[in-house]
Design a protein. Sequence first.
Length: 214
Amino acid sequence: MKRLAILAAALSLTACGTTNNYLAEKTKTVEYYRIFDIKTTASKQSIIKAASDGLGRNVNNAQEATPIPKSATPPDTPGRFSIKNPFEGSSLAMLAGGAGSLGLQVATCDGAAWTAKAMRNIEGSDRLNLTVCLFPYKDGYHLNMYAVFVKSEGGLLQLGRDAANAIAGSPEQWTERTLNDVVISINTKVKANIELLEAQPEVEGKPWLNGATQ
């Protein structure tokens, strides 16, 4: 009965010029990244714990690692994440990198003091893959976050998605919340001066200042 109701509602839109677009099934892939400067004298352990706590609020699972530093002294300038395709040049990469796809890109965190890879799934079709890198330097840390977000749109299931989004928020909203909560957790648990250096898509305001302790 539920499927029939959705089908009837979808067919009722046939008089509208946007019906074909609404019913067309689409898969959209979007890249996100954020680079934050965190000036602080707080210990590495306290920064890592705060970041891990913030990440855990929104993801289904996470794999974290704290590599041994290459030097006892933090470098003058922080590192930065890089994007690689582990299957570059292979037939698998060619199949995965077709039109409308970002292929099999992954973020690497060479030189990071802490790394985390996490995933969040919503209703089996919308998913977020997130990599977080914490790079130390003489004045504190740079927090790099790279995410690939995939969502499904259109088709007879879109009405159900719209209803769910009205209750739990859109996929874009929970993606932003997942990214922001990592920084909010750091800002509320340690004394730090946090500044956004780079972002895609652009960030409105400074949501990471919510609940600031300073």
